[in-house]
Design a protein around this ligand. Sequence first.
Ligand code: GLV
Length: 324
Amino acid sequence: MPKKILITRVIPAIAEELLTQAGFEVTVWRGNQVMTKDELIEQLLPCHALLSLGSNKLDRAFFEACKHLEIVSQFAVGFDNIDVAAASEFKIPVCNTPDVLSEATADVAFGLMIAVSRKMFYNHKLILQGEWKQFEPLKNLGFELTGKTLGIFGLGRIGSIMAQRCTGAYGMKVIYHNRNRNLAAEKETGAHYVDFDTLLRESDVLSVHSALTAQTKNLFNKEAFAKMKNTAVFINTARGGVHNEIDLIEALQNQTIWGAGLDVTNPEPMHANNPLLHMPNVAVLPHIGSATVEARTGMARLAAENIISFYKTGKPHTPVNSGF
Ligand code: GLV
């Protein structure tokens, strides 16, 4: 009897192809909406494995209802939508898709940094509104990035690529803060470890690349923004929950910080009347960090290969819970 796999959205075809070639029976949920929890649980009744997306909330109640699952393989690097402790209790391995989307996500952080520093999104809006009348010697001036200090919160794979982009393009000095020092990344990028307050105080551009955890939730709040330079730009391409959006809006309105570039918001999707969308020094994107053909294909391939490897060898390639 072939093992049955449910994929919860249409993703690049390579996932279904690899799984089918490996002898699995694959069902793809073809709806355009995220499955409700009840739909998900019902569809999973006859299945052995789940290929999930970040939009599926896999909490304790989910795992209690689906303890028959043998593996959860997520099509994302982030897995804050999954109660990994509950999965571990039921001895279900959970996997993610690191590395394959790092270049794409770092590009979005890098692009947002430039877009904010030159008010690009705002200037584009002015053209659409018919406001491009003449050369303006003193209006809408941005600032230059050369020689500035980049602060990375979460120097892992994506943060390291962002650091390399910024040193290569602008000779930026790089400082970072992590829960634990990352000596390999320090060597690779030349980044210097600093405590959290120093990161806040010294960064001209502060870019978030950490996971959303109980420790990082709401970390960039009123108190944190108050410690930053009033010329600083805050960039978040990781998870919106790491910043407090009300506090961010206030910090920008009060000119506590200078600007912000967000690929992730809190909540998502952001409402079209959010004040952030109307601020000159802010650029917002709708969570497109991994939205390249290369990254999404790599994610689909790795998510499938995790399942195949698990059933072949007992070990998925990139588990996030220990013991697998
Ligand atoms: C995207 O946000 C991901 O976690 O892959």
